[in-house]
Design a binder for this molecule. Structure first.
Ligand code: NAP
Length: 244
């Protein structure tokens, strides 16, 4: 059975991706930063109900040593790692003039450095297998910038550069790497927006609605599937026509 590792997958988009990949037949390695994220949370039961193996691995993906150990643990439990979804992400929004160094550094560490940490350790496994799929969560903020998200936009733009570089470095080893760039998706991350902000955003979206976590998971499923075997180094925007 093939295995998929999804970071930051106790809830939100990551949990939806994990469930969809389980429905596609993958055994699932969930990750989140704390055990508490899995309390009062039925995600593991829902994934196991699909008839696949599902285990959780607690690690802070911004920490190099913790990710290295986690990949060793996942490898010893599941043997192969076939799909990596770099999903964990945080926001610490604010205008550049008022942004603290701490808020800049923490977003870069969790959103950007985590992709280095995870991908470096996972590709060592995938290179030996001579196959693998890596899917990174970027954002429309990384494609177009977003006032009030200097740190977040920087991290999500960096993910696009890393995605294309991984694709170029590892294509000959049978490893593909692509990114998805969601627009506004209904999750705890966007629930933090005020009603006025939400209304303003809706007017910019051609489809006049927020996306669902399942709509992101569907595209990730395609990028993990045989149907996308000749797709690499691409960024797929999933934004209901926010920009075109
Ligand atoms: P979310 O609901 O906040 O879920 C993110 C998960 O990642 C949380 O469970 C979080 O745990 C976990 N996490 C945070 N820091 C971590 C770390 N250092 N190590 C391991 N896990 C960590 O976010 P989401 O909306 O599902 O977003 C998922 C991804 O999609 C992110 O990369 C985000 O930037 C991207 N995205 C989202 C949207 C959107 O509209 N929601 C749009 C574009 C892109 P804690 O809660 O404990 O921090």
């Amino acid at each position: 059975m093939a295995t998929a590792v999804i970071t930051g997958s106790a809830r939100g988009i990551g949990a939806a991706i994990a469930l969809r990949l389980a429905q596609d037949g993958y055994d699932i390695a969930l990750n989140d930063i704390s055990e508490a994220m899995f309390e009062n949370n039925d995600i593991m039961d829902r994934i196991r109900a699909e008839g696949v193996v599902c285990e959780k691995f607690i690690a802070d993906v911004s920490n190099y040593e913790q990710t290295e150990q986690m990949i060793k643990d996942i490898k010893s439990r599941f043997v192969t790692i076939d799909v990596l979804v770099n999903n964990a992400g945080i926001t610490r929004d604010g205008l550049l003039a008022r942004m603290s160094e701490e808020n800049f550094d923490s977003v870069i560490a969790v959103n950007q450095k985590s992709v280095f940490n995870m991908t470096k350790h996972v590709t060592a496994v995938m290179m030996k297998q001579r196959s693998g799929r890596i899917i990174n969560l970027s954002s429309v903020a990384g494609l177009y910038g977003n006032a009030g998200q200097f740190n977040y936009s920087a991290s999500k733009a960096a993910i696009i550069g890393m995605t294309k570089t991984i694709a170029k470095e590892l294509g000959s080893r049978g490893i593909t790497c692509n990114a998805v760039a969601p627009g506004f998706i209904k999750t705890p991350m966007t629930d933090k927006l005020t009603d006025a902000q939400k209304e303003k955003i809706l007017q910019l979206i051609a489809m006049r609605r927020y996306g669902t976590v399942e709509e992101i998971a569907g595209v990730v499923s395609f990028l993990a599937s045989k149907d996308s075997s000749y797709v690499t180094g691409q960024v797929i925007e999933i934004s209901g026509g926010l920009s075109m």
